[in-house]
Design a protein. Sequence first.
Length: 187
Amino acid sequence: MKKKLFVLSGSSGVGKGTVISGFLKRNPSYSLSISCTTRKMRPDETEGVNYFYLTREEFEKSVQNDEFLEWAEFAQNLYGTKRAFVEKCLNNGKDLILELETIGALKVKDQMPDAVLIFIAPPSFEELEHRLRNRHTEDEETIQKRLSEVRAEIERSKKYDYVIVNDEVDRAIAELEKIIKDEASNV
Ligand code: 5GP
Protein backbone atom coordinates (compact mmCIF):
# COMPACT_ATOMS: atom_id res chain seq x y z
CA MET A 1 0.00 0.00 0.00
CA LYS A 2 1.34 3.42 -0.91
CA LYS A 3 2.00 5.51 2.19
CA LYS A 4 1.42 9.12 3.08
CA LEU A 5 4.41 11.40 3.30
CA PHE A 6 4.87 13.55 6.40
CA VAL A 7 7.04 16.66 6.27
CA LEU A 8 8.15 18.25 9.53
CA SER A 9 9.72 21.67 9.89
CA GLY A 10 10.70 23.83 12.79
CA SER A 11 13.11 26.63 13.38
CA SER A 12 16.57 26.14 14.84
CA GLY A 13 16.50 25.67 18.59
CA VAL A 14 12.78 24.88 18.70
CA GLY A 15 13.40 21.38 20.03
CA LYS A 16 12.25 19.84 16.76
CA GLY A 17 14.95 17.14 16.98
CA THR A 18 13.80 16.08 20.46
CA VAL A 19 10.14 15.94 19.40
CA ILE A 20 10.96 13.93 16.26
CA SER A 21 13.28 11.48 18.03
CA GLY A 22 10.69 11.04 20.81
CA PHE A 23 8.08 10.22 18.17
CA LEU A 24 10.42 7.79 16.35
CA LYS A 25 11.27 5.96 19.58
CA ARG A 26 7.57 5.37 20.25
CA ASN A 27 6.80 4.58 16.59
CA PRO A 28 9.67 2.47 15.26
CA SER A 29 7.92 1.70 11.96
CA TYR A 30 8.59 5.33 10.95
CA SER A 31 11.98 6.39 9.69
CA LEU A 32 13.55 9.70 8.87
CA SER A 33 14.64 10.37 5.31
CA ILE A 34 18.38 11.02 4.94
CA SER A 35 19.05 14.25 3.06
CA CYS A 36 22.07 15.47 1.16
CA THR A 37 23.86 18.61 2.31
CA THR A 38 26.91 20.71 1.51
CA ARG A 39 27.20 21.74 5.20
CA LYS A 40 30.24 20.48 7.11
CA MET A 41 29.71 17.40 9.25
CA ARG A 42 29.32 18.24 12.97
CA PRO A 43 31.42 16.27 15.48
CA ASP A 44 28.45 14.18 16.66
CA GLU A 45 27.29 13.30 13.14
CA THR A 46 27.94 10.33 10.84
CA GLU A 47 27.98 10.13 7.04
CA GLY A 48 24.94 8.23 5.73
CA VAL A 49 23.17 8.44 9.12
CA ASN A 50 22.51 12.16 9.65
CA TYR A 51 23.17 13.28 6.07
CA PHE A 52 25.02 12.39 2.89
CA TYR A 53 27.68 15.11 2.83
CA LEU A 54 28.34 16.39 -0.69
CA THR A 55 30.61 19.04 -2.14
CA ARG A 56 28.84 21.98 -3.79
CA GLU A 57 29.93 20.61 -7.19
CA GLU A 58 28.47 17.16 -6.46
CA PHE A 59 25.26 18.74 -5.19
CA GLU A 60 24.91 20.99 -8.24
CA LYS A 61 25.45 18.03 -10.55
CA SER A 62 22.54 16.20 -8.87
CA VAL A 63 20.40 19.36 -9.29
CA GLN A 64 21.24 19.45 -13.02
CA ASN A 65 20.34 15.76 -13.32
CA ASP A 66 16.97 16.50 -11.66
CA GLU A 67 17.65 13.97 -8.88
CA PHE A 68 16.12 16.05 -6.09
CA LEU A 69 12.43 16.03 -5.12
CA GLU A 70 13.23 19.39 -3.54
CA TRP A 71 16.30 21.32 -2.52
CA ALA A 72 16.92 24.67 -0.87
CA GLU A 73 19.68 26.92 0.39
CA PHE A 74 19.69 27.44 4.16
CA ALA A 75 22.29 29.41 6.13
CA GLN A 76 24.58 29.38 3.06
CA ASN A 77 24.45 25.62 2.65
CA LEU A 78 22.49 23.48 0.22
CA TYR A 79 20.11 20.78 1.45
CA GLY A 80 18.11 18.35 -0.70
CA THR A 81 16.02 15.19 -0.71
CA LYS A 82 16.66 12.61 -3.42
CA ARG A 83 13.45 11.83 -5.32
CA ALA A 84 14.38 8.15 -5.87
CA PHE A 85 14.89 7.56 -2.14
CA VAL A 86 11.46 8.94 -1.19
CA GLU A 87 9.57 7.19 -4.00
CA LYS A 88 11.21 3.85 -3.21
CA CYS A 89 10.26 4.09 0.49
CA LEU A 90 6.65 5.12 -0.20
CA ASN A 91 6.09 2.49 -2.92
CA ASN A 92 7.48 -0.18 -0.58
CA GLY A 93 4.94 0.80 2.07
CA LYS A 94 7.49 2.41 4.40
CA ASP A 95 6.41 5.12 6.82
CA LEU A 96 8.63 8.05 6.03
CA ILE A 97 9.16 11.44 7.62
CA LEU A 98 11.05 14.27 5.95
CA GLU A 99 12.58 16.96 8.11
CA LEU A 100 12.93 20.03 5.89
CA GLU A 101 13.23 23.77 6.15
CA THR A 102 10.08 25.55 5.00
CA ILE A 103 10.96 26.45 1.38
CA GLY A 104 11.72 22.81 0.56
CA ALA A 105 8.64 21.63 2.45
CA LEU A 106 6.36 23.88 0.37
CA LYS A 107 8.05 22.60 -2.82
CA VAL A 108 7.17 19.04 -1.75
CA LYS A 109 3.55 20.08 -1.17
CA ASP A 110 3.39 21.58 -4.70
CA GLN A 111 4.52 18.29 -6.23
CA MET A 112 2.75 15.95 -3.81
CA PRO A 113 -0.45 17.64 -2.56
CA ASP A 114 -1.21 14.63 -0.34
CA ALA A 115 1.93 15.24 1.73
CA VAL A 116 1.08 16.42 5.25
CA LEU A 117 3.06 19.47 6.41
CA ILE A 118 3.58 19.89 10.16
CA PHE A 119 5.37 22.88 11.68
CA ILE A 120 6.87 22.71 15.17
CA ALA A 121 6.73 26.23 16.60
CA PRO A 122 8.41 27.80 19.64
CA PRO A 123 6.14 29.06 22.45
CA SER A 124 7.45 32.55 21.60
CA PHE A 125 10.17 34.23 19.54
CA GLU A 126 11.98 35.39 22.72
CA GLU A 127 11.98 31.87 24.11
CA LEU A 128 13.48 30.62 20.84
CA GLU A 129 16.24 33.25 20.87
CA HIS A 130 17.10 32.16 24.41
CA ARG A 131 17.23 28.47 23.44
CA LEU A 132 19.36 29.21 20.37
CA ARG A 133 21.92 31.19 22.39
CA ASN A 134 22.06 28.52 25.11
CA ARG A 135 23.21 25.90 22.59
CA HIS A 136 26.59 27.69 22.32
CA THR A 137 27.22 25.98 18.99
CA GLU A 138 27.13 29.06 16.72
CA ASP A 139 28.80 32.47 16.67
CA GLU A 140 26.83 35.75 16.93
CA GLU A 141 26.69 36.35 13.15
CA THR A 142 25.28 32.86 12.58
CA ILE A 143 22.76 33.35 15.41
CA GLN A 144 21.54 36.64 13.86
CA LYS A 145 21.19 34.95 10.47
CA ARG A 146 19.26 32.06 11.99
CA LEU A 147 16.91 34.45 13.84
CA SER A 148 15.97 36.29 10.65
CA GLU A 149 15.37 32.92 8.99
CA VAL A 150 13.15 31.97 11.94
CA ARG A 151 10.91 34.99 11.26
CA ALA A 152 10.58 33.99 7.59
CA GLU A 153 9.88 30.36 8.51
CA ILE A 154 7.13 31.30 10.97
CA GLU A 155 5.55 33.36 8.14
CA ARG A 156 5.69 30.39 5.72
CA SER A 157 4.23 28.05 8.37
CA LYS A 158 0.85 29.72 7.71
CA LYS A 159 0.62 27.49 4.62
CA TYR A 160 1.17 24.30 6.67
CA ASP A 161 -1.54 21.74 7.48
CA TYR A 162 -0.70 21.69 11.22
CA VAL A 163 1.26 23.79 13.72
CA ILE A 164 2.38 22.19 17.01
CA VAL A 165 3.58 24.56 19.73
CA ASN A 166 6.49 22.92 21.56
CA ASP A 167 5.67 24.30 25.00
CA GLU A 168 6.26 20.93 26.65
CA VAL A 169 8.09 18.11 24.88
CA ASP A 170 5.92 15.12 25.92
CA ARG A 171 2.75 17.01 25.07
CA ALA A 172 4.17 18.03 21.67
CA ILE A 173 5.19 14.40 20.94
CA ALA A 174 1.68 13.19 21.85
CA GLU A 175 0.11 15.81 19.56
CA LEU A 176 2.44 14.82 16.69
CA GLU A 177 1.57 11.15 17.27
CA LYS A 178 -2.16 11.88 17.10
CA ILE A 179 -1.87 13.95 13.90
CA ILE A 180 0.24 11.30 12.14
CA LYS A 181 -1.98 8.39 13.25
CA ASP A 182 -5.18 10.20 12.20
CA GLU A 183 -3.75 11.21 8.83
CA ALA A 184 -2.17 7.80 8.17
CA SER A 185 -5.51 6.05 8.72
CA ASN A 186 -7.17 8.52 6.37
CA VAL A 187 -5.33 7.55 3.12
P1 5GP B 1 20.97 21.50 10.13
O1 5GP B 1 22.12 22.13 9.38
O2 5GP B 1 20.74 22.14 11.46
O3 5GP B 1 21.08 20.00 10.19
O4 5GP B 1 19.65 21.77 9.27
C1 5GP B 1 19.32 23.07 8.87
C2 5GP B 1 17.94 23.06 8.24
O5 5GP B 1 17.92 22.30 7.04
C3 5GP B 1 16.86 22.45 9.13
O6 5GP B 1 15.75 23.33 9.13
C4 5GP B 1 16.50 21.15 8.43
O7 5GP B 1 15.16 20.82 8.64
C5 5GP B 1 16.75 21.52 6.98
N1 5GP B 1 16.97 20.37 6.09
C6 5GP B 1 17.59 19.20 6.36
N2 5GP B 1 17.56 18.40 5.27
C7 5GP B 1 16.89 19.07 4.31
C8 5GP B 1 16.52 18.77 2.95
O8 5GP B 1 16.78 17.72 2.40
N3 5GP B 1 15.86 19.75 2.28
C9 5GP B 1 15.53 20.93 2.83
N4 5GP B 1 14.84 21.79 2.09
N5 5GP B 1 15.84 21.25 4.11
C10 5GP B 1 16.52 20.33 4.83
